[in-house]
Structure formats: C-alpha cells, structure tokens
Design a protein around this ligand. Structure first.
Ligand SMILES: Nc1ncnc2c1ncn2[C@@H]1O[C@H](COP(=O)(O)OP(=O)(O)OP(=O)(O)O)[C@@H](O)[C@H]1O
Ligand SMILES: [Mg+2]
Length: 288
C-alpha cells in the first residue's frame, strides 16, 4: 500500500539520518564528592558486561580521577588531542570489560572556551566515534560551570547523583533548576547514593521527586538507590572498580541491578530526539 511504502521510506530516511548514534549520558551533581565518578565507572563497566560498547569520558575540569578509579594511566588527554591535532583514537585507553576511556586532562577548562577551529576539530573527532558506541558517558565535575553545561544540555540523558544529606539534596535541586533554566527537555534520572536503608532512601527520593515536580514542574525518574558500603572506599584505595571484585557486596549487587534495569529500559524510555548530541552541542556552542 502507498501508505505503507511512505511509512517505510520515512523510517529508512530517519535511520540513515542518524544510524545508531551512541546514547550520551551525563553524570552530574550539585555538591561534590557524592559518588558520581565511582558510579559512572562501575555503571559503565556493567553496561559493557551486558554486551554494550561503552566509552567513558572524564570531563571533570581540572580534577579528573576516573583513570585512578579504573587503575589505568592515560598517556594522552583531550587537551593533548587539541594541542597537537591528534586523532581521537590516539588518546583512547581500553580498560576492563573492554571499556573505552578518554581523560580530559588538566587545563581542560580552556577546551570549553576554545576558538572555533579547535571546537570544530573536537566535534569532528567526537563525531567520528559516535557510531561505534552504544553509550558515551560523561563524568562531569560537581556543579555546573558555564563551560561544561553545554555538554549536559546536549546529552540524551542526565543522571543526577545525590546522597540523602539535606545539603546534597538542596544542591541537586539547584543544579536541576540551573539546567532547566537553559533547556527543559533534558530527561533527568536520579541516583540516591550512600543510603542507610532502601526504605529511607525511597522515602527521600519520593520527597525529592515531589518537590521537583511541584516547584520545577518536571519529572525526574528514579534510576536507583545505592547503599552506603565500605567496599567503595576499599575499591578506590586498591584502584580496582568494585564491580570487578566481590560480587556479594551490597554496592555491587545494587549497581548491577541498576545497570540491568537501565539497559532493559525498565525506568522508561526517554524522549526520542530528532537531533543528535553533536547537532545540539554545535547549536549550543555557536549561540554562546
Ligand atoms: N556508596 C558509597 N558507600 C560508601 N562510600 C562511598 C559511596 N559512594 C562514594 N563513597 C565515598 O565517596 C568518595 C567520593 O566518591 P566520588 O569520587 O565517586 O565522588 P564524586 O561525586 O565523583 O566527587 P567529585 O565531585 O569530587 O568529582 C569515594 O572515594 C568514597 O570514599
Ligand atoms: Mg568525580
């Protein structure tokens, strides 16, 4: 039928416009030290184990520590790529579970205020890998600098990490308010980390989601509640991600559940955007 043909043609055009670009996820928080990097690292490793191809990019300006958590040493960083016009493949490291990793490097702040030539170079290099991955995950620094916010705004999803402490919760609220002041379309998830019990964690998230709905009029989906667990600092000390250690620790069980739930799309699908991360990032940068 003509109608079916038109439908199928439209679908094909849509597919060829963005053939399987990686989904881009930003990990953010208001307050620092809430567990973003540990969660981003272990979540990424779990997505790999579940059969996905994942790239983790440390975008914590000045204080990136993902390589330490992964027990890797990044020979080169995004800063080197831009200074020496290196291909993006030259700055990639391969970690456990075949996880790809790129370090931001110190002086990364300048990346975000770079000239147009360097920005175009960065975008072209980034674009060259987007079709090779299922997920590209950014570990952002705490808070939002003018420089890094564009990456969050252009992401397909934003995962907000908070602990149950009131200071962490209020900072997470402010962060979300700040992000939506630029763009209300960014789909948000919340991860409550360092919960004493699941029951208390659920209660806290419930209140948080209601406040966000009431005052900011947006929905933030619960991605998961992660327990307080000494295995996290032990893993940091040993520079070996906890999901690769004892399977029976509470934190490992919880993050595995969280990654499975995410990967099976149980938390609910996000908005199907018509544009890609790179299109959105270009728009944001050009309109600065
Ligand atoms: N679930 C947890 N249980 C116990 N301790 C934890 C947990 N999550 C994080 N921590 C502790 O918090 C520390 C900080 O974690 P992490 O570096 O991942 O936070 P961050 O949000 O990335 O910090 P920053 O804002 O500085 O980037 C860890 O080194 C660990 O000691
Ligand atoms: Mg961090």
């Amino acid at each position: 039928m003509v109608h079916d043909q038109a439908d199928s043609l439209r679908r094909q055009l849509e597919i060829s416009k963005h053939p399987r670009e990686a989904k881009t996820i930003s990990f953010v928080s208001g307050k620092g030290g809430v567990g973003k990097s540990n969660i981003a690292v272990n979540f990424s490793l779990e997505l790999c184990r579940l059969g996905n191809k994942v790239m983790l990019i440390d975008l914590d300006i000045g204080m990136g520590n993902v390589e330490i958590l992964l027990g890797l040493h990044a020979e080169k960083t995004i800063v080197d790529m831009l200074q020496d016009n290196l291909p993006i493949y030259d700055i990639m490291e391969v970690g456990p579970n075949n996880l790809s990793f790129i370090a931001g490097g110190s002086g990364l702040a300048n990346l975000f205020s770079m000239d147009e030539y360097k920005m175009d170079y960065f975008l072209a290099q980034y674009q060259s890998i987007t079709k090779e991955y299922d997920y590209i995950i950014f570990d952002m620094g705490a808070g939002a600098t003018q420089a890094s916010i564009d990456f969050v705004l252009a992401s397909d999803e934003c995962i907000v990490v908070t602990t149950p402490e009131p200071t962490s919760i209020t900072d997470a609220y402010s962060m979300i308010k700040h992000i939506i002041s630029y763009n209300r379309q960014v789909p948000f998830y919340v991860v409550l980390n360092r919960a004493d019990t699941i029951k208390n964690g659920l209660r806290t998230v419930d209140r948080f989601r209601k406040v966000i709905m009431q005052f900011l009029d947006i929905e933030i989906k619960l991605l998961g509640i992660l327990p307080e667990d000494k295995a996290v600092s032990a893993a940091v000390i040993h520079q070996a991600p906890f999901v690769l250690g004892n399977e029976k620790t509470a934190i490992t069980k919880s993050i595995k559940q969280l990654a499975e739930k995410y990967s099976n799309n149980v938390v609910g699908s996000t908005i199907e955007a018509n544009t890609s991360f790179i299109d959105r990032l270009k728009d944001l940068l050009r309109n600065r």
